[in-house]
Design a binder for this molecule. Structure first.
Ligand SMILES: Nc1ncnc2c1ncn2[C@@H]1O[C@H](COP(=O)(O)OP(=O)(O)O)[C@@H](O)[C@H]1O
Ligand SMILES: [Mg+2]
Length: 236
């Protein structure tokens, strides 16, 4: 399996926009791609400027939303509860099989997690377990502002305990004129977390060209395809 697993410090931190930007940049460089969202919840919520995760990812990857997300639920709750409310249970073997099938044809796959690393699919199976089994390099989407140092370092610690191959933290959306706090957060996470920190600029619209332009500023090829690397200076 070649590709990336995108997790985040929380829900609504930019995982989908980061995943879509990466996919759009890969497509614009001629790569064949697949997107995978193991479970999507919250489809009952009205969508605003940004379409639901599986729709946005499907558009950029040239797939149908159902191909991207095999399990879809209405309530905006954790996957384990969404399934329970639907009278279902998420079978971890099926979850794994769907993710493996999505990444089996040699294309680059971007898997977007759900919530954060400890978000449960089932009572004793979390996003982190899926990421560990798939073994893809991991990116952590995080907010640039107040609170992000704690959330990001907690996520890094949880990832490292499970020996996930975390390649970078991506701060998103990174403002055109970052404040002292935002620049300090970026440097502090890099130093204390001993991790590469990159920044994703604000993407103007869900259009593929806007996503690709932002995604192209990220070193996705190195993340997908080579070993770990910690730059001495932040790239943004
Ligand atoms: N790079 C970005 N450009 C534009 N908006 C962003 C960006 N990163 C995060 N956002 C904002 O954060 C919200 C949540 O992003 P999303 O990718 O849906 O998060 P998640 O997938 O983690 O739930 C978006 O609706 C958008 O308002
Ligand atoms: Mg999302």
């Amino acid at each position: 399996m070649r590709g990336l697993f995108v997790t985040g410090t929380d829900t609504a931190v930019g995982k989908t926009i980061l995943s879509a930007a990466l996919l759009a940049a890969m497509v614009s460089e001629g790569e064949a791609v697949r997107a995978h969202k193991p479970v999507v919840t919250g489809l009952d919520e009205p969508s605003g400027k940004w379409p639901p995760d599986h729709e946005l990812l499907a558009t950029v990857a040239g797939m149908t939303p159902r191909e991207v997300a095999p399990l879809r639920y209405g309530p905006a709750v954790s996957p384990h509860l969404a399934a329970q409310l639907a009278g279902e249970h998420i079978h971890t073997a099926r979850l794994l099989a769907a993710a493996r099938a999505a990444g089996s044809n040699g294309t680059l796959i971007v898997v977007e997690g759900v919530g954060g690393l400890l978000t449960p699919f089932a009572e004793s199976y979390a996003v982190r377990d899926l990421a560990a089994t798939l073994g893809l390099p991991v990116l952590i989407a995080a907010r640039p502002g107040l609170g992000t140092i704690n959330h990001t370092l907690l996520t890094l610690e949880a990832a490292r305990v499970a020996e996930l191959d975390v390649r970078a933290v991506v701060l998103t959306p990174w403002p055109a004129k970052p404040s002292v706090l935002e620049r300090s957060n970026r440097d502090t996470i890099a130093r204390v977390g001993e991790i590469e920190v990159e920044c994703l600029e604000r993407v103007r619209s869900p259009a593929a060209k806007d996503l690709a332009g932002a995604g192209a500023t990220l070193p996705w090829r190195r993340w997908c395809c080579s070993g770990n690397f910690i730059p001495s200076e932040p790239a943004c």
